[in-house]
Design a protein around this ligand. Structure first.
Ligand code: HEC
Length: 242
């Protein structure tokens, strides 16, 4: 059975008798004439091989080919199968939502974030003062790479707060080399990156927890290097920075 939808653009097909789980399918009305655009592309793809023909005879050929394609029609069975597109209403569920909430008490695989140090940066509700895993050279390299991607645009590669976005007018962040931030526990940095801070947006969605920690390890290295003395530099490297 077909019923007209209030929305002129779509029509609703009640074809759920055999498939009650599927709900109604609604679809955009296809173009009123001509085949599916993708099919047209496929059918015309051999044309370059005809380019040796003189242009004058080519034009009528193409237009008659186009006309033939237009009236040939084409089946769209796979396109018209019952399905829900995101946010579409369902008549099957009483709350009318086709997107179903998670079943209570279940956790999606890989999303059981039950380690508060790793995922929240807290120990007993306080900002953590330790990293949740060992910081080695690989973690540091990863942190440097992620910092340069996600933080340097605002904070600058050395953390002075002079990134390109700031040079173009974004609010200038404080230098990470100031005493307050050098003394701040690593959990504070994790909180800032995870939840945002003032004008700074949060990066929880873009940077996974392990990488946030790696970035913080690198921030700590930057802070150290900003206050290092020549004596702390390996003898062989000293000449490079003198
Ligand atoms: C879009 C620009 C931008 C990016 C990208 C950005 N920040 Fe920030 N950040 C800011 C601004 C602006 C502030 C100051 C916010 C305020 O005081 O309102 C700030 C503040 C901070 C602070 C200081 C918080 C405090 O206690 O004062 C830290 C630490 C920090 N950011 C870390 C990071 C790290 C780590 C990254 C990368 C994951 C990052 N930020 C990415 C703009 C940015």
């Amino acid at each position: 059975m077909r019923i007209k939808n209030k929305n002129k653009d779509t029509e609703v097909t009640k074809d759920t008798k055999d498939r009650p789980w599927a709900g109604p399918s609604t679809r955009r009305r296809p173009f009123t004439f001509g085949p599916h655009p993708r099919h047209t592309l496929v059918s015309l793809s051999f044309l370059p091989s005809l380019s040796f023909l003189p242009f004058v005879s080519f034009v009528p050929f193409v237009s008659s080919l186009a006309a033939a394609l237009m009236f040939s029609g084409c089946r769209q069975d796979m396109h018209d199968q019952p399905k829900y597109v995101p946010l579409r209403e369902s008549t099957f569920f009483t709350d009318l939502r086709s997107a179903r909430p998670l079943v209570e008490g279940t956790v999606a695989r890989g999303h059981l974030h039950d380690d508060p140090l790793l995922y929240v940066g807290k120990v007993n509700g306080q900002d953590a003062t330790v990293f949740p895993f060992r910081v080695d050279a690989a973690v540091m390299a990863r942190g440097r790479e992620r910092f340069d991607i996600f933080c340097a645009p605002c904070h600058g590669r050395t953390g002075q707060g002079d990134g390109m976005v700031v040079l173009r007018g974004y609010r200038r962040p404080p230098s990470i080399h100031q005493d307050r931030l050098r003394d701040a526990p690593v959990g504070h940095f994790f909180d800032v990156v995870t939840n945002g801070f003032g004008a700074m947006p949060d990066y929880a969605a873009q940077i996974r927890a392990e990488d946030r920690w790696a970035i913080i390890a690198y921030v700590r290295a930057l802070q150290l290097s900003g206050h290092a003395t020549l004596d702390e530099v390996p003898v062989a490297e000293r000449d490079k920075i003198r």
